[in-house]
Design a protein around this ligand. Structure first.
Ligand SMILES: NC(=O)c1ccc[n+]([C@@H]2O[C@H](COP(=O)([O-])OP(=O)(O)OC[C@H]3O[C@@H](n4cnc5c(N)ncnc54)[C@H](O)[C@@H]3O)[C@@H](O)[C@H]2O)c1
Length: 297
């Protein structure tokens, strides 16, 4: 693989996982944050995750304690935390995983376009914005892709690799190869809203909430139907609580504004009302269900 040095911008929920899988795959990684406190938290999460993985490998007899400790030490040793964007200058790939705000992302890539070497590949982990807009802002649209990982990055096998009309074939191939090297199953997708997974999943969640709006069935029955009728691990209403009602609403608002003629993108009233009431799902303790940490109360 041509990609040896990776920069990850943002070391939050997604970024810390991307840093970790890249380091586990043998890349040197710069973990860039805007704030020392967030950087420390992200690096601590990585150490904890590496230790947990090691414990499991030992329990399963795949590694000795010494091997697991050495693997974690090596992987963590390849990570350098930084608050200075100039440290990304010689990265082969920079993956952005900062706040889901298009203007902030565009400003970041405009800056990185001036800092990074000419052949650095840029990637965004955005869930909902057009890759092409960030690619244009970076000043190097041919060397820009989407790399959409899933939460938790360490465990979820999928990465969606997204190309725009301007992405070079060799850049796209290198991004897919990176996805494979970090242990994921890459799927290719055009720069279309929601890529594959969210384009199917978000309208499905919307339909379940519209059923609630209409009073077609109770939330419990909708969830049970999809769990036991389709073998899904959780129903769509529980899933919305997991994803976060504010996150779901913000994705939908962006899509409805950008693609007003797409009938699959609709905002259920019940979603707006809950968010207005501060009921954001699992993270706020209440959404459609009441939550006690990770479990329904
Ligand atoms: N949460 C998910 O399940 C999920 C899944 C796939 C993709 N995504 C996408 O990944 C991205 C990150 O989401 P998250 O859930 O990890 O968010 P998060 O809030 O947990 O992390 C974002 C981090 O970026 C840092 N940051 C913000 N601006 C920065 C800047 N200019 N420079 C450096 N660091 C900066 C913040 O300090 C924070 O630690 C978003 O685009 C989101 O849509 C999220």
């Amino acid at each position: 693989m041509g990609i040896k040095k990776v920069g990850v911008v943002g070391c939050g929920l997604m970024g810390h996982g991307i840093v970790q899988v890249a380091a586990q795959a043998g890349c040197d990684v710069i973990a860039l944050e805007s704030d020392q406190g967030f950087l420390d938290k992200g690096l601590a999460r990585i150490q904890k995750s590496l230790a947990k993985m090691g414990e499991k490998a030992v329990q399963k007899g795949k590694q000795t304690e010494e091997q697991a400790a050495a693997f974690a030490k090596d992987a963590f040793g390849r990570i350098t935390g930084s608050l200075d964007k100039n440290d990304l200058a010689d990265c082969d790939l920079v993956v952005e995983a900062i706040v889901e705000d298009l203007d902030v992302k565009k400003a970041l890539f405009a800056e990185l376009g001036k800092i990074c070497k000419a052949d650095t590949i840029f990637a965004s982990n955005t869930s909902s914005f057009p890759i092409a807009e960030m690619a244009d802002a970076s000043g190097r649209p041919a060397r820009f892709v989407g790399l959409h990982f899933f939460n938790p990055v360490q465990l979820m096998r999928l990465v969606e690799v997204v190309r725009t009309d301007k992405t070079d074939d060799d850049v796209f191939a290198a991004a897919r190869a990176f996805g494979e090297a970090v242990g994921k199953a890459p799927v290719s997708c055009k720069d279309t809203p929601g890529f594959v997974v969210n384009r199917l999943l978000v309208p499905y969640m919307v339909q379940s909430l519209l059923m609630l709006d209409r009073g077609d069935a109770s939330k419990e029955d909708i969830d049970t139907a999809m769990q036991f009728g389709c073998g899904h691990p959780m129903g769509p209403i529980t899933l919305t609580d997991y994803v976060g009602l504010d996150t779901t609403l913000s994705i939908l608002e962006g899509w409805v504004e950008r693609y007003p003629d797409e009938p699959a993108f609709e905002i259920p009233q019940v979603l707006r009302t809950k968010v207005e009431e501060g009921k954001l799902g699992r993270k706020s303790g209440e959404g459609f269900y009441t939550w006690d940490g990770d479990k329904k109360a």
